[in-house]
Design a protein around this ligand. Structure first.
Ligand code: ZN
Length: 315
């Protein structure tokens, strides 16, 4: 009986070994032997965790999936790859609340972003009584960005235009995950630039709780390539916005940081309200990638828009 058991264990171990052959991020054998390590880590302290190794399965991702998801990084070096359809988008005009305005009846955003934006502006109204925010820009098609860019080129020439308007294909607005805020005075019909001061500082101080980050901070303009834009918010989702806020990382820095975490050694993060997350990077293979994920617990997959995937596990 004991012999049989030993034999079974050996067969199982052998199968696992074979299964992991040729993968860049194999299941950690160490982790599998330490099922007791499922503790809660100190907030934001990266430590090896065994808790997600005990029940691995593999998710197959096509290479094109590196261009999709809430964490894709789009900047002047990383072009956006447009999907075939706009199924993920919702009409902002149809779903907006009475607590903010939109500049057009044809404005689209990723549906998740609309939901979070509505929550944030509801809470902003409750906290500060402000209901004069204007969503001045949301999703932009390639053609839309091209029109903006060409108009600027006609005005000031291409070199100067590039410092004002992003080249078509490279705007974060293509993703449906970014918004520009303005302030709209209903009584006069005048629109003011949003600078995040006064009652609006509530938005800048709280956006990360709703999954948003101020994308282009003055202090990070060397890295982002964009000067101060206090009105441009990007949705990345929780807990990423919280971690970026705590570490004072812009998106470029955060995506670099996440590359230091693997399935074997994920970033473990516990929110103040006790939600536990584990985050790790998996580099993309040429064709399809086998991505290790836990069998239990929820996980979200996002491409990074360059060379791999970020897995966010929540329990
Ligand atoms: Zn913008």
């Amino acid at each position: 009986m004991v012999l049989l058991l030993v034999l079974l264990v050996c067969v199982a171990a052998g199968a696992l070994y074979l299964r992991n052959q040729g993968k860049t991020n194999p299941v950690s054998a160490d982790g599998m032997q330490e099922p007791g390590q499922t503790g809660t880590f100190a907030q934001n302290t990266p430590e090896p965790s065994a808790s997600i190794f005990n029940d691995a399965k593999f998710e197959t991702a096509d290479h094109s999936q590196i261009y999709e998801g809430m964490l894709i990084l789009v900047n002047s070096d990383l072009e956006y790859h447009f999907p075939d359809n706009l199924d993920a988008m919702g009409n902002l005009y149809d779903q907006k609340t009475e607590y903010y305005e939109v500049s057009d009846s044809e404005m689209y955003l990723n549906q998740i972003v609309i939901d979070r934006l509505n929550e944030m502006t509801d809470d902003f109204y409750e906290a500060k009584g402000g209901s004069d925010l204007l969503i001045a820009s949301a999703y932009r098609s390639y053609e839309h960005q091209q029109r903006l860019f060409e108009r600027k080129v006609d005005e000031v020439g291409e070199k100067e235009a590039l410092t004002w308007v992003t080249r078509p294909g490279y705007s974060e607005h293509h993703t449906g995950l970014a918004i520009d805020l303005s302030v709209y005075d209903v009584s006069t019909g005048v629109t003011y630039p949003y600078d995040g001061t006064g009652i609006y500082s509530w938005i800048n101080d709280n956006a990360h709780y709703y999954g948003f980050v101020v994308r282009y901070d003055e202090a990070k303009s060397d890295i982002t390539g964009v000067s101060n834009e206090p009105w441009h918010f990007r949705y990345v989702g929780l807990p990423h916005s919280l971690i970026m806020q705590e570490k004072d990382y812009c998106m470029e820095e955060y995506m670099d940081y996440l590359k230091g975490f693997s399935y074997e050694k994920p970033l473990s993060y516990t929110t103040d309200s006790g939600e536990e997350y584990q985050i790790y990077y998996v580099s993309a293979q040429e064709d399809t990638t086998q991505i290790p994920v836990p069998q239990t617990g929820n996980f979200e997959l996002s491409g990074n828009n360059s060379d791999g995937f970020i897995v966010t596990v929540s329990r």
